[in-house]
Design a protein around this ligand. Sequence first.
Ligand SMILES: [Zn+2]
Length: 93
Amino acid sequence: MIVCVHDSHFGIQKFKISLKDWIKLHLEVEGTSVYVFDARKQGWSGDLPFYIVKCGKHGYFLDYLHGFPGYNEGFDCPFCLKELSADEGFSSQ
Ligand SMILES: [Zn+2]
């Protein structure tokens, strides 16, 4: 199955995933993630696993786990982050 994602890391727009993963993404709740590959971004010392993540508001995006295992670990929807920073900019004026 092909899923269209927003990828702010590598600019990939479509991913081919298994039917099982596709169903998981479409049926399960917000925050559901499906592993796609290990990759290294510029400046990184090693590869990290990347996931397609579902945002209930904005759809699917590609991300890796931020924070540290067991502490503050999670994914950040780039659109939610943008809205958050826009809100902060507005309220501080
Ligand atoms: Zn979002």
